[in-house]
Design a binder for this molecule. Structure first.
Ligand SMILES: O=C(O)c1ccccc1NCC(=O)[C@H](O)[C@H](O)COP(=O)(O)O
Length: 207
């Protein structure tokens, strides 16, 4: 099986294009204003208009209002939503788009119950728990906390990079992996060589 790849926190057309060229299946656009990778709807629209076909785009939010999401959706044609806060299943489902629910994993969290609660999600994005932040931390977590079987596809995230992504895939066998910090020259600025190396690590894990 080929592990899918999302490269998140794209803020520049050139980074979205290169992510497409190296084989990423999806790019993430962060609409959370407190993030150093935040993009406006106009910036997001420009990035998406320059992407080649067949690249899924994911709009990322943290505890938005319904109006926040609808406003972005009115300006940007999003394929998938990703919620990183304390959004309820009902909140996530109201927009008529498929969505990923992000979960920050720490000992004691019941991922089986989480997957059952968000049963209409397209997947669970499992990320590191870092107090006071919601994501994009560059920190990994103990992958052994992930149950062998969950009722939703797993998108493994949190501190992945070219050096650890092969081990992560071989350990977890996720549907997909997601990366932001691990392919950056600085926050929000992706590094082409790191993106290419990350993709090579994913392909090496899949053989
Ligand atoms: O990327 C951010 O700045 C961010 C801020 C707040 C919530 C979520 C955020 N990113 C969401 C992602 O899907 C990241 O790719 C994920 O958290 C992994 O990030 P990293 O550990 O830096 O690879």
């Amino acid at each position: 099986m080929q592990t899918r790849v999302k490269i998140c926190g794209i803020t520049r057309v050139q980074d979205g294009l290169f992510a497409s060229e190296v084989g990423a299946d999806a790019i993430g656009l962060v609409f959370y204003p407190k993030s150093p990778r935040f993009v406006t709807s106009d910036q997001a629209d420009t990035i998406l208009r320059n992407l080649p076909p067949f690249i899924t785009n994911v709009g990322l939010f943290v505890n938005p209002t319904s109006e926040d999401v609808l406003d972005i959706m009115g300006h940007v044609r999003l394929d998938l939503l990703q919620f990183h806060g304390e959004e309820s299943p009902e909140f996530c489902e109201q927009f008529g788009l498929p969505y990923l629910k992000a979960v920050r994993v720490k000992p004691g969290i019941d991922l089986v119950q989480y997957a059952l609660a968000y049963s209409n999600a397209k997947g669970l994005l499992l990320d590191a728990f870092v107090e006071g932040t919601h994501g994009g931390t560059g920190k990994s977590f103990d992958w052994s906390l992930i149950p062998d079987q969950l009722s939703l596809p797993v998108v493994l995230s949190g501190g992945l990079n070219a050096a650890n992504v092969m081990a992560a895939i071989q350990h977890v066998r996720p549907w997909a992996v997601d990366v932001s910090s691990g392919v950056e020259a600085s926050k929000g600025i992706k590094d082409a060589a790191q993106m290419a190396a990350f993709m090579k690590g994913v392909r090496d894990a899949d053989v």
